[in-house]
Design a protein around this ligand. Structure first.
Ligand code: 13P
Length: 253
């Protein structure tokens, strides 16, 4: 049985004060929800303050990105060690916005996954097809390529700490979510791929999250699907009550 996981991706939003305010509100509304794991990923600038604000709650901390080297002359980058230093347990890797705007290739995603796992961070690896690819019936092909290249060369013990997030690009920030059946179909395909690349035992324990316009009005239905183990939430994670409602819907499945 995989414990549901709900992750709030705040993206490039919120000042330090706004982040702390949101974290404090979340701490009040998200409690006594033992049946679900909850993670927030504030911007780098607010990680330290949010870490302090969520102390004593069930909410865990994650980063939105990392660089693959531990230290050195890499101006502007943030290393896995620095992220660990801020008590982050999770890191998002290969989000479609990074793939698109920063040209992150599957090779880069692979290096980042290895760096995260080597440093005992749980890697939330994002995959997903564009609208054009879906319309051309290339969804599974794209997913297969992203997963195979992204996970290349991982040891089985490292791979246990992976989390996959299926985020169809056409559903991100558009208000247009994949239907539960569409998402479940891709999730089942991802799990099949994971059992081929790794093994069935490990694959059956890896959480596969859905992301793309998850909101209180659709989360329960999405979460009730067999292969959907939680959600990676963008816009709706910026407001405490809507994020809490999504967390609650995961508790009830
Ligand atoms: P939205 O929930 O705003 O569509 O964003 C999804 C996402 O990109 C989470 O990583």
């Amino acid at each position: 049985m995989r414990k549901p996981l709900i992750v709030g991706n705040w993206k490039m939003n919120n000042s330090i004060a706004e982040s702390v305010d949101l974290a404090e509100k979340l701490k009040k509304v998200i409690k006594d929800m033992a049946g679900v794991d909850v993670v927030v990923t504030p911007p780098f600038t607010a990680l330290g303050s949010v870490r302090n604000a969520i102390k004593g709650s069930i909410i865990k901390l994650g980063a939105q990105n990392l660089f693959w080297e531990d230290k050195g002359a890499y101006t502007g980058e943030v290393s896995p060690l620095m992220i660990r230093d801020l008590d982050c347990e999770y890191v998002i890797i290969g989000h479609s916005e990074r793939r698109e705007y920063f040209k992150e290739s599957d090779e880069i995603v692979n290096k980042k996954i290895k760096a995260a796992l080597r440093n005992k961070l749980k890697a939330i690896v994002c995959v997903g097809e564009s609208l054009k690819e879906r319309e051309e019936n290339k969804t599974m092909q794209v997913i297969e390529s992203q997963i195979k290249k992204g996970l290349q060369g991982l040891s089985l013990s490292e791979a246990k700490e992976l989390i996959i997030a299926y985020e169809p690009v056409w559903a991100i920030g558009t208000g247009r979510n994949a239907t539960p059946a569409q998402a479940n179909e891709v999730h089942a395909y991802i799990r099949k791929l994971l059992s081929q690349i790794l093994n069935e035992g490990i694959a059956s324990n890896i959480k596969i999250l859905y992301g793309g316009s998850v909101k209180p009005s659709n989360s329960a239905e999405l979460m009730s699907e067999k292969e959907i183990d939680g959600a990676l939430v963008g816009g709706a994670s910026l407001e405490a009550e809507s994020f809490a409602q999504i967390v609650r819907s995961a508790c009830m499945v």
